[in-house]
Design a protein around this ligand. Structure first.
Ligand code: ATP
Length: 306
């Protein structure tokens, strides 16, 4: 009986592992059925990245036909530069990065990379060219090494560790019970939002894509974590075309251009200094965030001294 039970037990385990892996992959790509709706054109060619310029031309989009989300968005991220998208919650910021990754097709206008419409190229080549650092990074129930290597399967152990160092997560990993072989996930090491995001950054370092799309986590991070993530990102973004969806304005002060999105339209655009001087929506968002940060710091100090 035991002899029969053991293989069954093993098969059960394998089944659970496979099922979990499928769930992880589904989570990673948003929703699977949505993926199926996006098809390669019959004559799709591989994307040829020459410089890495990203262009949105009068992009319109709606998840549901009756509710337009993006109402004619045009901007360019010149090769190697950083453009940040900011704006109130629900303005359509994350939608922009989803469209660039072609999780959905635009309803109007077009998105071009080095002059090629992303609908005319293969999805594989498009996604290979873009490093996505999403808001919520999905981790596999596997070792931390495996989770970083997901960025490039043929990376050596030394490369994985170098990527972790660049992403400023190496120190944290070395403190874990089994270092890089520590299991993460439900039954293993739990990572905070900031740590997960650094794993995503390490994956991107390994992938070394010409274009970077960063969707900053909405959750408030403490100043130290924010500083660490920022340092890691600055290194990854160097000399890469970067589109940053930002919630904390302090992280994008140095962007080459900041686009302020409001209700699916570009309300303002310019550098941090110019937008502040303009005294519009960006300036009021900036002032509000400064006040909130000052209040948080004051509270933290009061807690420390009590
Ligand atoms: P936040 O700052 O809160 O992250 P955002 O500016 O990034 O917001 P998006 O995530 O782009 O906003 O969403 C824009 C609008 O589209 C929101 O009103 C949201 O409810 C809606 N939306 C997002 N995803 C879907 C979806 N899968 N189906 C239908 N509506 C959606």
């Amino acid at each position: 009986m035991i002899q029969l039970y053991q293989p069954l037990n093993f098969m059960g385990m394998v089944y659970r592992e496979i099922k979990q892996a499928i769930i992880d992959i589904e989570k990673m790509f948003g929703v699977l059925h949505r993926e199926a709706e996006i098809k390669d054109a019959a004559d799709a060619k591989p994307l040829a990245v020459t410089a890495g310029t990203v262009r949105f031309e009068d992009v319109r989009f709606a998840y549901e036909p009756t509710r337009p989300i993006l109402k004619g968005i045009s901007f360019e991220v010149p090769a190697g530069k950083t453009v940040a998208i900011v704006g109130p919650s629900g303005a359509g910021k994350s939608t922009i990065s989803r469209l660039l990754f072609r999780l959905y097709d635009v309803s109007g206008g077009k998105i071009l990379i080095d002059g090629q419409d992303i609908r005319a190229v293969t999805q594989d080549s498009l996604r290979a060219a873009i490093g996505m650092v999403p808001q919520d990074t999905v981790l596999f129930n596997d070792t931390i090494r495996y989770n970083i290597r997901y960025g490039r399967w043929d990376a050596s152990d030394a490369e994985v560790e170098e990527a972790a160092r660049l992403a400023q997560i190496d120190h944290f990993i070395r403190m874990a019970p089994m270092g890089y072989e520590t299991q993460v996930g439900e039954r293993g090491l739990k990572l905070s939002g900031g740590e997960k995001q650094r794993v995503a950054i390490a994956r991107t370092v390994l992938k070394a894509p010409p274009i970077l799309a960063l969707d900053e986590a909405t959750s408030a991070l403490d100043t130290h974590t924010e500083h660490e993530i920022q340092g890691a990102l600055d290194r990854v973004a160097k000399n890469r075309t970067s589109l940053v969806i930002a919630h904390r304005l302090s992280t994008i002060v140095g962007a080459d251009e900041i686009i302020v999105l409001d209700q699916g339209r570009i309300a303002e655009r310019g550098t941090h200094a110019r937008l502040l001087a303009q005294g519009g929506l960006y300036a009021s968002m900036w002032n509000r965030q400064r006040e909130a940060e000052a209040a948080r710091e004051k509270l933290a100090k009061m807690a420390d001294s009590s």
